[in-house]
Design a protein around this ligand. Sequence first.
Ligand code: EPZ
Length: 418
Amino acid sequence: MDKLIVSGPTKLSGKVEVSSAKNASLPIMAATILYPGKVEFKNLPGLTDIKFFVQILESLGCTHSNGLIDASTVNNTVAEYDLVRKMRASVLVLGPLLSRFKKAKVSLPGGCAIGTRPVDIHLKAMEELGATIDISGGYINASCEKLIGADIHLSFPSVGATENIMMAACFAEGETVIKNAACEPEIVDHANFLNACGFEITGAGSSTIKVQGKELSSFDASKTVEYSIIGDRIEAATYIIAGLMTDSEIEVQNFDPSHIEAVLDVLKTMGAKLEVTARGVKVFASGKLAGAKVETGPHPGFPTDVQAQLMSLMGVSSGYSIVSERIFENRFMHVPELVRMGMEIDLDGSYAFIKGNNDLSPAPVMCTDLRASAALILSALVAKGETTIARIYHLDRGYEKIEQKLQSLGAKIKRVKE
Ligand code: EPZ
């Protein structure tokens, strides 16, 4: 398994472009199942999660080459366990398969490091649309005569459930209204893609989304849909924090800064000098920042996917900070690794108490999940010496060419094969 070797402390400089968003790419790739024609993506990110999703689409009968996906050849509605277990976002094939083929058999995704991550909200909504759901042998068996549009109120603004329901509603009869829907920018991009395919979705980005069901038999899929996916706001936030941790001046580009307003607000409160530009955010050397009190929440709240990275910054800021993780039940696995590097962090349930001003020292550390991995790299950029980071396959799921991008900013980081 590959490792990263990072030498610190280091200063960064220059510009870095983020890739397109993993968490928009995955639901949009699932949505190609609804379109019995060709879709050409201009900028799919080079991530292992994307490769996994291509494998799932191909197992269903889609063809794929260089970003061109053709779902006219889908002939299988079973998403097998050995593929689904690699990535829980695979559950997003449930809605489109059920909508277009009136049946789907999808392995239960299972939990992951950050939590049990159930799909009860997804399944309850599918039943409200008229599907019969049976769970047996670790699989979700879904079927229907036809799906009927319904008013659906989500008990929690689940991102994945919102996406699955939008897709299921596309070939349902009549209108579906999703209330308490997730508002993340990735939901908006997903809806924009569906509309580019000829579907009719309004309200994405707000907590009430409406879908006008289409008739599959008369649906026109003759044109090749071309689509470019939004920039990755989480990757962008990660590089912005890298600039602040190393007291550097860098520019992070190719994303919409309005997608991370909550992050920029917290960083400015901590004393960060940031400037929003036409293509992203410019970071100015801001010296030692102050601590903060942050609670993660559904968009437009502070994104849970930036929580670990922010904690690394808090560990080298002055004063105390408090982080409350309100989305996932086990998303503090980066803490023991950060403590090994010299941070003083106490945990109590969903709260983390961070004592700032820590001088970080290198230590052999291990990635546990995608965003925790990024937090370790950020800390290694500041630690005095050489840090070895193991199990970086977690990183490769969501950060394209991270060592090349950091090297281009002047970081001393290299990947070594074990
Ligand atoms: C998406 O996961 C993202 N993944 C996650 O990013 C992100 O952290 C999360 O949204 C929250 O923003 C993708 O988009 C592929 P949820 P998702 O459904 O859809 C509970 C990353 O690092 N819940 O909004 O799985 C669930 O257990 C990843 O890029 C239910 O209880 O998130 C969790 O506690 C990590 N029942 C909370 O809701 C359900 O049926 C949020 O889950 C569904 C969810």
